[in-house]
Design a protein around this ligand. Sequence first.
Ligand SMILES: Nc1ncnc2c1ncn2[C@@H]1O[C@H](COP(=O)(O)OP(=O)(O)OP(=O)(O)O)[C@@H](O)[C@H]1O
Ligand SMILES: [Mg+2]
Length: 273
Amino acid sequence: MPTAIEQELRPVAPSKLSLRHVSKIFRGQSGETLAIDDISLDVSEGEFVCLAGPSGCGKSTILNLIAGLEELTSGEALLDGAPITGPGRDRMVMFQEAALFPWLDALGNVLFGLKLKPNLNNAERREVARFYLRLVGLEKQENANIHELSGGMRQRVALARSLAPNPRILLMDEPFSALDTLTRETLYRDLQSIFSKRRKTIVFVTHNIREAVCLGDRIVLLSSHPGRVREIFTVNLPRPRDINDAAVATFAHQITETLTQYLETPATKEAVL
Ligand SMILES: Nc1ncnc2c1ncn2[C@@H]1O[C@H](COP(=O)(O)OP(=O)(O)OP(=O)(O)O)[C@@H](O)[C@H]1O
Ligand SMILES: [Mg+2]
């Protein structure tokens, strides 16, 4: 018989996602904005999909619809075949800013996501939380205050917190964009290693094309105003990939060329590249 912890730590089957003709209109004081228009996209179980494109093309909107944090205006968003009606612990979101609780230490932050696990007692929850802190390389920092941690370490805590409830899908919105290059590069390695160990479906938002090539199985390139799927690229390079690999750079260059062809103004181009 597996123990409660063994059962809890067992990788869960990743989910599949399907967006069918999804549009989202925001209604605000300045009128209506068609943020995304007729987006159709299938993400299979255990796939790592990157959403890339210029600022304002609807990357975060798509992620929030999948997370159940926003409602779509028309179309369908399906998780394992069932409509998404709200947030759930099967989908965890990680944002650009770690949004950690400063009054809790690293372990406390990871434990927070495990609060609602009825099958575990407190000691078991701590053990599960420690497992994820180890997975992100922070076993020595479990009692560190959040303000004592570097930006990279905070994002690691946030990653451990997102992984701890053992979600089927990880939704990541530019999680590394505020970090320095070296820290980012180690996180690319670690995220790929976690992805292969834990087998999750990941939807990862970025406007860094090289980052997308380094991490993704596929890259969905969006165009803006309104956000539409422009092109989908499959990345067949072997893993783990290094952001500085020549093959990664070459592929990124090809995608950037495509992007350049449809960006309307040099200013938008600058914002993306
Ligand atoms: N809550 C909101 N109310 C009104 N308009 C919104 C809201 N959220 C997003 N929008 C609009 O929807 C469009 C898509 O925004 P979104 O935040 O999804 O873009 P993004 O691709 O994530 O951009 P960035 O790369 O800058 O994060 C933009 O035109 C934005 O102004
Ligand atoms: Mg965004």
